[in-house]
Design a protein around this ligand. Structure first.
Ligand code: SAM
Length: 241
């Protein structure tokens, strides 16, 4: 299988794109979404462990799951008291927990070619069946309303420059994000590139799936005041006993 979020991109994500998970963690520790008092969390698509590190510092116990080994290496250093598992969310064997998170659109990625309505329905069922009591499931994802306002741009930081271009296929179902980047590595700049594909979901179909499984669902437009862009939404799903 092709590798994604390889070493350099994993570090770029960790250093410059961690705001979502940081803000989601801040919302979780203030307990704004639920009366769930359990502190056993499974973080799907955990990336470099930003959410895990904040939660373990606040007495949560966290298991992070990610398909990229390189990004998990950063997570293990950042949050040594959390547990991290290398797996796809579509194959991961859940164990009982109080809260499941999937922050930063992991359900959209086509890294293992399985992201579609059917695989999501299976995944949501596994989440529901493993949540204890009034368990909480928080996730965000890209919808078919994402649009293409920013089809290409240059992101410049002190030690890296990224050329980012985004295209959506004519069926409005797959987004392709091509990243070409130059990053400082010692005295030199290294050039690398990754292309990520994401399946775009219809919001109503996803919400209907969750309701049919038995979740109560509330839509949010950001974490801790950090707003998603248009077409990117978050769902707070409470398990109803
Ligand atoms: C945009 S990053 C978000 C990372 C982290 N949650 C954060 O917000 O900082 C998306 C993450 O989802 C992971 N991912 C994508 N597809 C996945 C899959 N099928 N199973 C598990 N993780 C996946 C990627 O490797 C990446 O770490």
């Amino acid at each position: 299988m092709e590798k994604y979020y390889k070493n350099h991109l994993a570090h770029i994500h960790d250093k410059y794109f961690g705001d979502l998970s940081k803000n989601a963690a801040l919302d979780l520790i203030t307990n704004i979404w639920t009366n769930q008092t359990g502190r056993n969390v499974i973080d799907i698509g955990c990336g470099s462990g930003i959410l895990a590190s904040i939660l373990v510092a606040n007495d949560f116990s966290v298991t992070g799951v990610d398909i990229s080994n390189d990004i998990l290496e950063i997570a293990r250093k950042r949050a040594p008291s959390a547990k991290f598992i290398h797996a796809s969310l579509h194959n991961f064997e859940f164990s009982p927990c109080d809260i499941v998170t999937a922050i930063g659109e992991p359900i959209n990625y086509l890294f293992d070619h399985k992201s579609n309505y059917e695989s999501c329905f299976i995944f949501f069922n596994k989440v529901y069946n493993n949540l204890e009591g009034n368990g909480l499931f928080v996730f965000d994802f890209l919808t078919t309303k994402i649009g293409l306002n920013d089809s290409s741009k240059i992101i410049e930081k002190e030690d890296m420059t990224m050329f980012l271009s985004v295209a959506i296929d004519k069926d409005n179902s797959i987004l392709k994000r091509t990243m070409i980047y130059f990053i400082k590595d010692g005295n030199f700049y290294v050039r690398d590139t990754e292309t990520h594909k994401q399946y775009l979901f219809d919001e109503k179909v996803i919400v209907d799936q969750l309701l049919s499984i038995g979740f109560e669902v509330k839509k949010i437009d950001g974490y801790n005041g950090h707003q998603f862009r248009d077409g990117h939404i978050g769902l707070i799903c409470n398990k109803v006993k």
